[in-house]
Design a protein around this ligand. Structure first.
Ligand SMILES: Nc1ncnc2c1ncn2[C@@H]1O[C@H](COP(=O)(O)OP(=O)(O)O)[C@@H](O)[C@H]1O
Ligand SMILES: [Mg+2]
Length: 227
């Protein structure tokens, strides 16, 4: 198969692993940044390029990131991925599920709609509304709407500390995603679902001194059957 792997601004270790694994399995790999993609549409055809290479002949596009950028740049990239799907390119994960999984706000309402229990989550751009919620939650968590690997998530037991953080965050254009803190027994559960099927699961143990279980924050992920 011809596999295109699209990353954001820079090539991460994960993406490199993915490319190597695909090559080992005998696939032809085209690796590039989504920032270098160009597209064209008229009433008859849709065309896409990675740099100067046209890429209509690929069998699957593994989408890893939309990359950093302005609202307008991101709008073009998100539309371009949807356009690729409309043009018959198989994108994994597809544009909208990918977007929802990256966006911590969207993840909550999608999971809630699917009938799963979710943490009480409040979003706002008002530091005063955020402050009221931090008080109501008692222990609260702020998370960057597009965060990952635990970077930038903050836990507060003092609503005034939360307020000061909100003030600085909103000044640099960050919306506030505020959640109730849910105590756990030192570990989280991660379940990988493909379609309707749970295909693998793991326990994620947190490192001492932190409330986050991310491997990037010193946590440990251990494959384990979940009942
Ligand atoms: N509301 C919460 N209550 C308790 N722990 C949380 C809460 N939200 C996040 N965490 C912890 O912080 C970690 C990072 O949060 P998460 O929302 O998964 O962001 P990221 O995408 O950065 O991993 C989680 O793995 C979990 O251990
Ligand atoms: Mg996480």
């Amino acid at each position: 198969m011809k596999v295109m792997i699209l990353y954001g601004q820079s090539l991460s270790l994960n993406v490199r692993d993915l490319a190597e694994a695909a090559e080992r399995l005998g696939h032809e790999v085209l690796l590039g940044s989504i920032l270098n993609m160009s597209s064209y549409v008229d009433s008859e055809v849709s065309r896409f390029w990675l740099g100067t290479r046209e890429v209509m002949d690929i069998d699957v596009c593994l989408l890893r990131s939309f990359g950093p950028g302005s609202c307008e740049e991101l709008t073009r990239r998100i539309s371009m991925v949807e356009h690729m799907e409309f043009a018959g390119i198989r994108v994994v994960n597809p544009c909208y599920p990918f977007r929802r999984a990256r966006d911590k706000y969207a993840t909550q309402y999608v999971l809630a709609k699917a009938g799963l229990p979710v943490a009480r989550t409040f979003t706002t751009e008002s530091i005063y509304r955020g402050y009221e919620m931090a008080k109501e939650f008692g222990e609260s968590v702020y998370k960057p709407i597009l965060g990952s690997r635990g970077y930038g998530s903050l836990k507060f037991s003092d609503p005034d500390l939360a307020f000061d953080a909100y003030k600085m965050l909103t000044r640099v254009g960050q919306p506030l995603v505020i959640q109730e803190y849910i105590p756990n027994p030192g570990r989280d559960i991660r379940v990988f679902v493909v379609g309707e099927e749970a295909v693998a699961s793991a326990y994620k143990y947190r490192a001492g001194g932190t409330w986050k279980t991310n491997v990037a924050q010193g946590g440990r992920m251990v494959a384990e059957e979940v009942p």
